[in-house]
Design a protein around this ligand. Sequence first.
Ligand SMILES: [Zn+2]
Length: 113
Amino acid sequence: MGPDWYCDEVIPGRADVEVLVRTANTLAFRPPLPGFGVDHVIVIPIGHVSSLLELDDDLALELLATVKAVARQAVDRHGGCQVLTTLGDEQHNRHLHWHVAVGEGVARFVRRG
Ligand SMILES: [Zn+2]
């Protein structure tokens, strides 16, 4: 397990992030170094959850509501966004996090037919 920037820095308030939404158990913020070209919001549970596969159903509802609120803002402002989480070898920080992503860096799918 690698470092956990969310538990170590973001949740204790030691990271320079712009908080957009805070609920009892979730947090949505813009990171200091965005990973996407136009906008990048990260949504996390405040208590440690290692990945989507470990997320319990009650917290899933609260977390998805926060993702939805942030995604609605992105759609209203930018016309669209991509919402994603990573798992296994694709998950570089072992604290469940969702990306609400706009612009360069979002996944593009292969068109068939
Ligand atoms: Zn954590």
